[in-house]
Design a protein. Structure first.
Length: 590
């Protein structure tokens, strides 16, 4: 009898092992050296869907090359719509991977996590108060630009995708301007689900050290205070404790203060503008966690660290379910009720005067003079070394703006109006013609770089505030600043914001003069103007003295006078967006 029982147990164990082996991922079957292509990833997700009532596979859009943007929803109650999940009271967690398709660690960690949540159910308890969304591959076209030579600094996998999309756009620079079809599909998905917490999985470049993983999160005063406090007081201590208990070395994402020598300090004060996922989350009143596994660690080490962190995030969300939802709710409420009329910080810079000395798990290295580059060459060893380094953790506001009661955009600027609406912003419209006293901006010293960035030429400029009455025709967009998306609106429409429409070159045409004059006309008119206003000659001579380039340019000299005639275009360099500072009754329709 004992022998029969023993044989049965061996047989049952063999059957279980075989069944479990059937669910091994491509990554696991490759001995942790390879990552699957798009088709293989989708096929595995579809198998999960077919095998479990807790999983639904779908696509949230198409790429420019026609590939599905995969989405996997995991919910133990079979709630697969935003409405059903909201009614259930679950927190929604989004794990997003391969926005940089050459960085697939999060994808392979996600496939294993889905299996353990819904197939083996070893981690099914993590679904008690959480519904989990997985985007295993965001940049699907870049993902299929597969090669062994896409990531020169990265230690595995054997082959991987390319950093940017088929249109050569970096999706993690596109959250606010939303130029790519992939991001436009993502925004539609995001506004439908409005996740309570998001993780964006990456692989970092940079210095060598002992940490398998670093992370970034927005925690400055551009983040609503309830969510800021939750991030600092609840999230960070919990994840730090649990990762240590899992044997995973983790710290905040950093850059070297003065490259290349790490002894000059680490800058932990990484401000994430809304072009990045982390900064966009802050603008949407949500915690978006940037995960950066360490590129020099082997692939298994990196995926394992990513996997453990994702598990601990779900532990956190289940444990702190009520406090997270409350922080999000209060952050939205404060943004709706207390944003208009206040000063909002748009940009930050490092405070180099405030330094903390902290331990850092580095490696031994030396810095030598290079006869190749002519610069300094950092030579890292494989010997671990504990260090004490200066950490720069604090920042000061470098740009800010007073938030009005409403922004007004004339109806001819349809591109901008539609782009704002893509972010979940409610846009109203004037029902009838109206003249209003508004505040706006006029720009000067506008310059462009010699090379594009993300395919666009980003202007630099100085701005002056102007106050004037403007005529607004029926159909003018009125964007009231009483919305949970107020921060997004400010970042799009305040010119000095780092990712505003103006900064991204979406209003470059306002800097172009469209009418011209002939020299024979202005030669005569300039003399008439000086005769009528003798003081103009002294002003002209002072301008020549202050601007040597102008003195040597005959057209610049003539245009000095042209700009002072009634023929000059008054709206050149004038911002078309008006700011209605105080509450005003307006004839509105949606």
């Amino acid at each position: 009898m004992i022998r029969c029982i023993f044989i049965f147990l061996i047989f049952a164990s063999s059957i279980y092992a075989q069944k479990n082996s059937d669910w091994e991922t491509y990554y696991e079957k490759s001995n942790y050296l390879e990552t699957p292509r798009h088709a293989e990833t989708v096929a595995y997700c579809q198998r999960l869907d077919a095998a479990s009532e807790w999983i639904e596979y779908s696509s949230f859009g198409k790429s420019p090359q026609g590939r599905d943007l995969p989405l996997v929803i995991v919910d133990r109650n079979g709630n697969f719509t935003p409405e059903a999940v909201k009614q259930s009271g679950n927190a929604v967690v989004l794990f997003q991977s391969c926005i940089h398709a050459g960085e697939p660690d999060g994808k392979d960690a996600s496939l294993m996590l889905m299996r353990e949540l819904a197939i083996s159910k070893k981690l099914s308890h993590l679904l008690e108060q959480a519904t989990v969304l997985f985007i295993p591959i965001f940049n699907v076209d870049g993902h299929e630009n597969f090669s062994a030579f896409n990531r020169i600094n990265q230690n595995g996998p054997k082959e991987t995708g390319f950093r940017v999309t088929a249109q050569r756009l970096n999706l993690n620079r596109d959250f606010l301007k939303a130029e790519s079809p992939e991001m436009q599909a993502w925004l539609k998905f995001f506004n439908q689900w409005l996740p309570d917490f998001m993780v964006d999985n990456h692989v970092t470049n940079g210095a060598d050290h002992q940490y398998a993983l670093t992370y970034g999160i927005e925690y400055r005063h551009n983040l609503a205070e309830p969510l800021r406090r939750w991030t600092l007081d609840v999230m960070e201590p919990f994840l730090d404790k649990r990762m240590k208990e899992s044997g995973q070395k983790m710290m905040r994402y950093f850059s070297i203060n003065r490259r290349p020598d790490i002894k000059d300090g680490l800058n932990l004060n990484q401000y994430y503008s809304p072009r990045f996922s982390t900064g966009y989350g802050a603008a949407q009143n949500r915690a978006f966690l940037l995960v950066e596994t360490h590129m020099l660690k082997d692939y298994k080490t990196r995926v394992t660290a990513n996997y453990h962190l994702m598990i601990h995030i779900l532990e956190l969300v289940n444990k702190e379910h009520a406090s997270l939802l409350n922080a999000n709710r209060l952050s939205d409420k404060i943004t709706v009720e207390q944003f208009s009329g206040n000063i909002y910080p748009l940009n930050f810079q490092q405070n180099t005067q405030d330094t903390l000395w902290r331990p850092f798990l580095g490696v031994e290295y030396e810095v030598v003079d290079s006869d190749i580059s002519g610069g300094k060459w950092v030579q890292y060893s494989d010997k671990p070394k504990a260090m004490q380094l200066p950490f720069f953790e604090y920042s000061i506001v470098s740009d800010s703006a007073k938030i009005p009661y409403a922004y007004l955009i004339p109806p001819q600027w349809q591109f901008h109006i539609n782009k704002i609406a893509e972010h979940g912003v409610t846009v109203n419209f004037l029902r009838s013609d109206t003249t209003l006293a508004v505040e706006s901006y006029r720009f000067q010293n506008v310059q462009w770089p010699q090379k594009p960035f993300e395919g666009r030429f980003l202007p630099s400029f100085q701005q002056d505030t102007v106050q004037e009455k403007r005529f607004y025709p029926a159909g003018t967009a009125v964007i009231l600043m009483n919305q949970r998306t107020n921060r997004v609106i400010a970042h799009l429409l305040e010119p000095n914001a780092p990712d505003s429409f103006l900064r991204w070159g979406y209003w470059n045409n306002i800097f172009e003069r469209k009418e011209y004059t002939e020299d024979y006309t202005m030669e005569k008119m300039a003399r008439q103007m000086i005769a009528e206003n003798p003081g103009l000659k002294a002003e002209f001579e002072q301008a020549l003295a202050n601007n040597p380039g102008m003195a040597e340019n005959r057209w610049a000299r003539l245009y000095f006078f042209y700009a002072r005639t009634q023929y000059w275009e008054t709206d050149i360099n004038l911002y078309p967006v008006g700011k209605l500072i105080t509450k005003t009754d307006l004839p509105l329709s949606k």
